[in-house]
Design a protein around this ligand. Structure first.
Ligand code: DOR
Ligand code: ZN
Length: 412
């Protein structure tokens, strides 16, 4: 069906845009005929967000989130593409489980992609998946430390083998770099830990350690390696120095940019996440990384859990909280406050991820590109109220925060 979006601010100019069969067919000041016309009222049209880091949980944990609720949350947050993380029930570890995921994702109303788990036990299965050259598989995901579950990989030879496989099939590896032996060492020091110890147990030095290891191996193998949810100032230094000799990319989450451990007084377990919320200094270093180009893109790490679980005692409350509906709002507010250029926001939320993960046609507004577009009102006021979320996880460490700049509509 043809759709003409009239009167939108596109690439700095007031223009019309024609969508035909999911692609952008025309951009300009003419008014081509279309079956449907939408007047954008002069609002801002940007490439829809690509989120390479989303935990969807359909199938075995659908009470936490399914593809329908996740899609609604994504659309509300201006997100058109989500990469489903593999640490689910069942985990995405072989062709069979990938196929189950594909079936479940038929309900999605956003574009679904899959990151598959590269664990201590499934090297051959990962190879089998990659041999099929799956267009919907975006990355391998390795956990260097257990996070909610106990699956982790710290065998450097096997990590290297996965990196070599990644090079062969030209598919990035994303790493959760917190290093398990380091976490265990710190864990032992706390007999009755509380949420305020979370950042001491999953100590900043554990993320540094794993990031250094990942960067070193990446420099040897030459594959694409993404440091997921970079959270510590020192990690940025490592990444910056290795970018010269490795194909190393830096993902940052909105919560490591906008929140730090001070919020835990108020948020309690709603702010429990791995890697933990760090310090104000780390926030500042991450913002510096945004400004100087060390940070490549923003991934939400949308990680829904039930309210009951999150309200439980610290040791048993799972880590993670929803992020799809808050990410773009928070970033648009920085544009509103003139702390962030709109061009940089677009790079961070869509175009760079499209490039790294090879999503052809995504992340740009030009003729021939995929029509995945988000309409923004840069001055619309918002206030975060988790009870209004579309995700099933109706709580948020951002509760009550306010700002300007919001999603009005998404075109997918
Ligand atoms: O906080 C987190 N939650 N960190 C992870 O690494 C996993 C995620 C989840 O799946 O809930
Ligand atoms: Zn995650």
């Amino acid at each position: 069906m043809d759709l003409l979006i009239k009167n939108a601010l596109i690439n700095n100019r007031n223009q019309n845009l024609l969508i035909h069969k999911g692609l952008i067919e025309y951009i300009g000041t003419e008014t081509p005929a279309a079956r449907e016309v939408f007047d954008a009222g002069g609002l801002l049209l940007i490439p829809a967000v690509i989120d390479p880091h989303t935990h969807i949980r359909d199938l075995g944990q659908a009470e936490k989130e399914d593809w329908l609720s996740a899609s609604k949350a994504a659309r509300k947050g201006g997100v058109a593409v989500v990469f489903d993380m593999p640490n689910t029930k069942p985990p995405t570890i072989d062709l069979q489980t990938l196929e189950l995921k594909r079936q479940a994702a038929k309900k999605a109303t956003v574009h679904a992609r899959f990151n598959i788990a590269a664990t201590a036990h499934n090297y051959d299965k990962v190879q089998e998946i990659l041999k099929t050259k799956p267009a919907d598989v975006t990355a391998l995901k390795i956990f260097f430390a257990g996070s909610n579950d106990k699956e982790f990989l710290t065998d450097k030879d096997l990590i290297k083998k996965y990196f070599e496989l990644s090079l062969k099939y030209d598919i990035p590896v994303m790493i959760h770099t917190e290093w398990q032996p380091c976490v265990e060492k710190h864990q032992k020091l706390f007999e009755h830990p509380t949420i305020f110890d979370h950042n001491k147990i999953r100590h900043p030095e554990c993320a540094l350690k794993g990031t250094e290891i990942a960067a070193q191996i990446a420099a040897e193998t030459g594959n694409k390696v993404v440091i997921a949810h970079t959270s510590v100032a020192g990690e940025l230094e490592i990444i910056k120095s290795y970018k010269k000799k490795a194909r190393l990319y830096c993902e940052v989450t909105p919560h490591h940019l906008f929140l730090n451990k001070e919020i835990l007084e108020k948020a309690g377990n709603f702010g429990k996440v791995n890697p933990p919320l760090r310090s104000k200094k780390d926030n500042e270093a991450l913002w510096q990384g945004i400004m100087d180009g060390t940070v490549d893109y923003i991934g939400t790490d949308h990680a829904p859990h039930t309210l009951e679980e999150k309200l439980g005692p610290y040791p048993s409350a799972p880590s993670g909280f929803p992020g799809l509906e808050t990410n773009l709002r928070l970033l648009l507010n920085e544009v509103y406050k003139e702390n962030l250029d709109l061009e940089r926001l677009i790079e961070l939320t869509s175009s760079k991820a499209a490039e790294i993960f090879g999503l052809e046609g995504f992340g740009k507004i030009k003729e021939g590109a995929v029509a995945a577009l988000t309409l923004i009102d840069p001055e619309k006021k918002w206030k975060i109220k988790a009870e209004d979320f579309e995700t099933k996880a109706k709580y948020s460490p951002y509760e009550g925060m306010q700002g300007y700049g919001d999603v009005v509509k998404i075109f997918i």
